[in-house]
Design a protein around this ligand. Structure first.
Ligand code: UTP
Length: 289
């Protein structure tokens, strides 16, 4: 039986160029979607999938992420004293059990592959999840739970994918499949940002993975690829020479919150999906239109 996945690596050390200047002093994954940081939704998704340890790969100036997941007694005491118990409960919702989170400095943003490699000592010799926290996925069951279910079915390595918008496949990491039958298919290759017209499929790697720990040894010597960065995609392509990879086309909607309009879309969609806010949100949007 496949070994249970209990650790997730969350790389957040990128520069967030596409959402500057906002991301200059606030790590982009702490930007709000409605009233919670993007990371709050990602951690909730991970917990639902059975994750018990969260390994954040952070950069300089991102101490606010650790602070967000720590208790702040002044705020909690003030809310308690004022009887604002609903807000207190909301504030405490994201807190981990002590010891459930690790924070590792990447030291230089050399690429996603390098960021994942930084987690090797904490992950150790077991399969683990990687979650790109910019990619907010609205799905039932949650996207990582769908990936874990696929992993329990076929083992090996799982890459969550979805169709790229028409004519935009060259902007993403794209998978090549050994035939397509249903949503879970064996992969035969993958390529990061293929030149237009050379894409092996229209399915892009959308930000949730389950990987075997053998990836770490490969990433250790992985050369720089597209954009001069150490690419996770290149490392996975190497691992695929010896291990099975399956692409799971998950059911749900992805919002790329590392992009201005993606973040705006997420805010609108999540506000409209909130029973306590939907009516007011719809009215506000209608007025603006
Ligand atoms: P992105 O390329 O989407 O994020 O990386 P970025 O570099 O922050 O954004 P732009 O392109 O400059 O706007 C995907 C994820 O991988 C992390 C990022 O933080 C993001 O969550 N990442 C990327 C790292 O942790 N380290 C890196 O060296 C590169």
């Amino acid at each position: 039986m496949a070994r249970r996945v209990t650790k997730a690596v969350l790389p957040v050390a990128g520069l967030g160029t596409r959402v500057l200047p906002g991301a200059k002093t606030t790590p982009k994954n702490l930007l709000n979607v409605v009233d919670r940081p993007i990371l709050s939704y990602i951690v909730e998704e991970a917990r639902a999938a059975g994750i018990e340890h969260f390994v954040f790969i952070v950069g300089r100036g991102q101490g606010a992420i650790e602070d967000y997941f720590d208790s702040i007694p002044e705020i909690e005491q003030a809310l308690q004293a004022k009887g604002k118990l609903d807000i207190l409960e909301d504030v405490r919702r994201d807190l981990p059990e002590p010891g459930q989170m690790s924070f590792i400095r990447q030291m230089a943003p050399l690429g996603l592959g390098h960021a994942v490699w930084c987690a090797r000592h904490v992950v150790g010799d077991e399969p683990f999840a990687v979650m790109l926290p910019d990619m907010l996925m609205a799905a039932t069951p949650p996207a990582l739970s769908q990936a874990v279910a696929a992993y329990e079915q076929v083992g090996g390595n799982i890459v969550v994918v979805e169709p790229a918008p028409e004519g935009e496949a060259h902007k993403y990491g794209i998978v090549a499949l050994d035939g397509q039958d249903g949503r879970l298919n064996r992969m035969v290759g993958m390529v990061e940002k293929p030149p237009p017209g050379t894409e092996p499929s229209n399915l892009f790697i959308s930000g949730r993975y389950i990987l075997q720990p053998d990836i770490f040894e490969i990433l250790e010597t992985q050369e720089r690829g597209a954009g001069g960065e150490i690419q996770l995609t290149d490392g996975m392509a190497n691992l695929m020479k010896t291990q099975a990879f399956h692409a799971l086309e998950y059911e749900g909607t992805t919002y790329d919150c590392g992009d201005k309009i993606g973040l705006l879309r997420a805010n609108v969609a999540f506000a409209l999906a909130r029973p306590d806010l939907a009516d007011a949100a719809r009215k506000a949007i209608a007025e603006l239109l």
